[in-house]
Write a protein that binds this ligand. Structure first.
Ligand code: UDP
Length: 496
């Protein structure tokens, strides 16, 4: 490695879940384009998967394995990604993840040694790896957390886990967040099952009470979000953590066949585009619940009935319902109404894609008008950057709060259901789809707002001589802070 490259190394370390690996990969590709040398750390099987996602000719991101043997921790063999695990074991993977600390420390020592003592410019780690701030500082390296989640979503998640305010909800099941009252009213239906039962002494609370307070130790917090649409949550973190918070998004993977973070699509992008090309502009609803989520069998039936009864074209990324292994084959005869597949195929109305679709290509197609989604933050950003309005069906974690931000603060979304136990009726789903996609005042307003937000987001990434968008400026501030700490550390070392 050349001297200049040695000075410019950034170590990137996401948690082992597709929803984390993807935004970190997008960040790595963007930083590499700015001239930094990226070392991307993850467990062996994830590294293998990521390999295929890195454009072989245009990227020289260095992939480095950190040892992890899942069966040592009560996990199935070769289970290194939350995507490979049933819901109850996803938490186990999270809970055991601090076991990576000694190996990370060793790896960092090795990297520095290999570069003749030159330290990386910074470490950018996952918010589940707050412990890595201590490791970075022990080596005198700048540490930042990168959140693939949005500011508002993560702020609510943080506040609720640390305060458990829902334990004192009123007779309507409502509560507010004691240190974040400006976020408004919440309802117990906006809580994951793990939060509903949390009392401070359960394993998840114990994990969160160890993990979340470590964030203050970091030198700064990078968010894959946009200041203009997510100020409330970002302001909360500035106040609560007292460290710099930079909104540097949207950082998305390029629409490129290689960059799918190791996933094989259930349909080729070409087939998808061909199908979309045959539809008129703004006529298609895209439905997906993210990289690992699914809904219950009865909800799936209701959703299918709503699509059957309505006149909307749709692409639906489908997986077996809750309770079935999501990696097994989809049994349409069992989980969808009788004749549903035949009808939608004959009418050329719907396209069912099993497991994984080329989402970025779909959302950027002019035929797509709305996105019925679980409100995972990557999906939200991908939708907003394309001016596509949303129908929210949050399932877990920060998704409930993302849906709240989109519906109540930004005005580009209508919520249709919450979680997998919500009794949703097909008539309601059909009405909501028509509300967002149809010729009515509310629908027009939502769609207009979605287009405004698209323009607003595009402006944040403008980097011209005369004008720099807010995300460009935030990224510059982050690099200035990292560089300043590096220079100070070097001066100290020289004077010792
Ligand atoms: N994704 C995709 N095809 C699919 C499902 C998901 O490309 O069929 C991608 C999607 O574009 C997004 C990510 O997977 O980048 C999902 O992240 P998100 O934060 O929306 O949800 P999560 O999977 O973390 O719940």
């Amino acid at each position: 490695m050349e001297k200049a490259e040695e000075e410019n190394v950034i170590v990137i370390f996401p948690f082992m879940a597709q929803g984390h690996i993807i935004p970190f990969l997008a960040l790595a590709l963007q930083l590499e384009q700015k001239g930094y040398s990226i070392t991307y750390v993850n467990t062996p099987l994830n590294i293998k998967k990521i390999h295929s996602s890195i454009p072989p000719n245009s990227s020289s991101i260095r992939l480095v394995e950190i040892p992890f043997n899942s069966s040592d921790y009560g996990l199935p063999p070769e289970a290194e990604n939350s995507d490979d695990l049933p819901y109850n074991l996803v938490f186990r993977l999270l809970e055991v993840s601090p076991c990576l600390e000694p190996a990370f420390r060793k790896l960092l020592a090795h990297l520095i040694n290999e570069q003749n003592g030159v330290k990386p410019l910074c470490i950018i780690a996952d918010f589940f790896f707050g412990w890595s701030a201590d490791v970075a500082h022990d080596f005198g390296v700048f540490h930042a957390i990168f959140s693939g989640a949005g500011g508002f979503g993560l702020a609510c998640y943080y506040s609720i886990w640390l305060n458990l305010p829902h334990r004192n909800n009123n007779d309507k099941g409502e509560f507010i967040l004691p240190d974040f009252p400006e976020a408004g009213k919440f309802h117990v239906t906006q809580l994951s099952p793990s939060l509903l039962i949390a009392d401070g002494s359960d394993p998840f609370s114990i994990f969160q009470r160890k993990c979340l307070p470590t964030w203050v130790k970091s030198d700064g917090f990078l968010f894959n979000t946009v200041e203009e649409i997510d100020k409330v949550g970002l302001t909360y973190f500035r106040r609560i953590l007292g460290i710099p918070v930079w909104a540097v998004g949207p950082i998305l993977l390029p629409v490129d066949e290689t960059a799918r973070a190791g996933k094989t699509t259930g349909i080729t992008p070409e087939e998808c585009i061909e199908w979309l090309d045959s539809k008129s502009p703004n006529s298609v609803l895209y439905i997906s619940f993210g990289s690992q989520t699914t809904i219950s069998a009865s909800q799936m039936m209701q959703l299918a009935k709503a699509l059957d009864a309505g006149g909307t074209n749709f692409i639906w990324v489908i997986r077996p319902p809750i309770g079935f292994d999501t990696n097994t084959e989809f049994i349409a005869e069992e989980w969808l109404p009788e004749g549903f597949l035949q009808r939608i195929t004959a009418e050329k109305k719907g396209l069912i894609v099993e497991k994984w679709a080329p989402q970025l290509e779909i959302l950027s197609h002019k035929a797509v008008a709305a996105f019925l989604c679980h409100c995972g933050w990557n999906s939200v950003l991908e939708s907003l950057i394309n001016g596509v309005s949303l129908i929210g069906w949050p399932i877990a974690g920060d998704q409930f709060y993302n849906a709240k931000l989109l519906a109540e603060w930004i005005g580009v979304c209508v919520e249709v259901a919450r979680g997998i136990n919500f009794e949703v009726r097909h008539e309601d789903i059909k009405d909501k789809i028509e509300l967002v996609m149809g010729e009515n005042d509310k629908g027009k307003q939502i769609r207009r707002k979605a287009l405004e937000v698209k323009d607003m987001i595009k402006e944040t990434i403008i980097d011209n001589e005369g004008f720099k968008g807010s995300s460009v400026k935030a990224m510059e501030e982050f690099f200035n802070a990292a560089l300043q700490m590096k220079e100070e550390a070097e001066l100290m070392e020289q004077s010792n």
